[in-house]
Design a protein around this ligand. Structure first.
Ligand SMILES: Cc1ncc(COP(=O)(O)O)c(C=O)c1O
Length: 389
């Protein structure tokens, strides 16, 4: 059966798909239909933090599926309650709402900021170059024209400030500002890391002016940056934290973590999600937390991140078209003087999966439990690919 033909005939044409058809994954490797093996340094678009088909996750999915898969949210579920407790224990005093995707959680956070503003304050400041998702509210929050232009008119009430520019942020604040939403590392925007000083000033300012600080940790959460949550690198505490991708490590889930200062604003009937926080998915997420703890994933991330940084810096001194390396933990962006898509394609030819974003940035976000020799192998292949440019 020609799978690519089936895609052409039956799938809505929303993605640029390249490369072979994949059948199987294990750890940091994928196998295509012809049994060729690919080393994946961008597993699941930042989702598969424990690699592909982690055996403990596979086991727990099967076990929980036999026990209870889905419950409506008007009934009590053991697994949902335990996961909410786990997230709060690991972050800050809060209450949690479960949804299914990053964008859906962003929508919920924006709704909360509208409640907080009580009608007179409704504006949410987001950052240029940010990415918050494709649903209408999340798209309106996203600071990149290319995703939005053809869908206008968008949802009103969003304003853009320059990333890492505290003065510009202050200029954008008005009497109508209810919240600011920030990625501490802009992923889709090219792996731009927020400065500590900037974030701390923004945090203090928001506190003083009673503006909500929403931290979008869809990509940075779950140990990716060497702390369980990226905000913990900055000595701040968000009013709302948004989690998704790595939380389920491959199963679809997102969470809005709402600090107790404002969690009372939401009342029954104001927000809901049919699938959000099912017993099956929540059980898997709890296992993800356990694996992170028991397998020392945070330490591994810090160690592997240090090694990755060293190797990438060495590549920078070797290839003049590498402009900058931006990295925190195992989230790395390699900014090039040339287009990054041909580099991505060359890597794919060499059976290495990386990501091309923002036109000239190669993004690498390996599984956090990647073996050192696999990371070495991946960077060696990357280096070979770069030699062609
Ligand atoms: C920071 C951030 N927020 C939100 C989203 C949207 O997530 P989803 O695609 O699950 O809706 C993404 C997706 O990449 C993201 O990186």
């Amino acid at each position: 059966m020609d799978i690519k033909q089936l895609y052409k005939k039956y799938s809505l044409n929303t993605y640029t798909r390249l490369g072979p058809v994949f059948l199987k994954g294990k750890g940091s490797f994928l196998w295509d239909q012809n049994r060729r093996r690919y080393l994946d340094l961008f597993p699941g678009w930042g989702v598969s933090i424990l690699g592909h088909s982690h055996p403990r996750l596979a086991k727990i999915i099967a076990r929980q599926a036999k026990c209870l898969i889905h419950l409506p949210n008007n009934l009590f579920s053991v697994e949902q309650a335990l996961l909410a407790k786990k997230i709060v224990d690991k972050s800050f005093p809060a209450k949690v709402f479960f949804a299914n995707s990053g964008a859906e959680a962003v929508e919920g956070a924006v709704k909360l900021s509208r409640l907080f503003g009580k009608g007179s304050r409704y504006e949410v400041i987001t950052m240029k170059n940010s990415f918050h998702g494709r649903t209408f509210g999340a798209l309106s929050a996203t600071g990149q024209k290319k995703y939005k232009e053809v869908f206008k008119p968008l949802v009103p009430g969003f304003k853009e400030a320059r990333f890492n520019d505290f003065c510009d942020f202050k200029r954008k604040v008005t009497a109508k500002t209810a919240a600011v939403m920030l990625e501490l590392i802009q992923g889709e925007g090219g792996v731009n890391v927020a400065d500590k000083d900037y974030v701390q000033k923004l945090y203090a300012y928001c506190k003083a002016k009673n503006i909500l600080l929403i931290i979008d940790e869809v990509q940075t959460g779950m140990a990716r940056t060497g702390k369980l949550f990226c905000y913990q690198n900055y000595g701040i505490m968000p009013d709302i934290m948004i989690l998704s991708k790595g939380l389920g490590a491959g199963v679809p889930i997102s969470a809005i973590v709402v600090s107790n200062r404002i969690s009372g604003l939401i009342k029954p009937g104001m927000h809901a999600s049919t699938f959000g926080g099912s017993p099956l998915i929540c059980r898997v997420c709890r296992e993800v937390f356990d694996i992170i703890e028991m397998d020392g994933i945070i330490l591994k991330t810090v160690k592997s991140g240090k090694y990755l940084n060293e190797r990438l810096q060495a590549l920078k001194s070797k290839f003049s078209f590498i402009k900058q390396i931006r990295i925190k933990g195992l989230m790395a962006g390699i900014e090039l003087d040339i287009e990054s898509l041909p580099v991505f394609k060359k890597c794919l030819e060499k059976k290495l999966i990386v990501n091309s974003t923002h036109g000239n940035v190669i993004r690498i976000m390996p599984a956090l439990n990647i073996e050192q020799n696999n990371l070495t192998q991946g960077i060696d292949i990357f280096e070979e690919a770069l030699k062609r440019f």
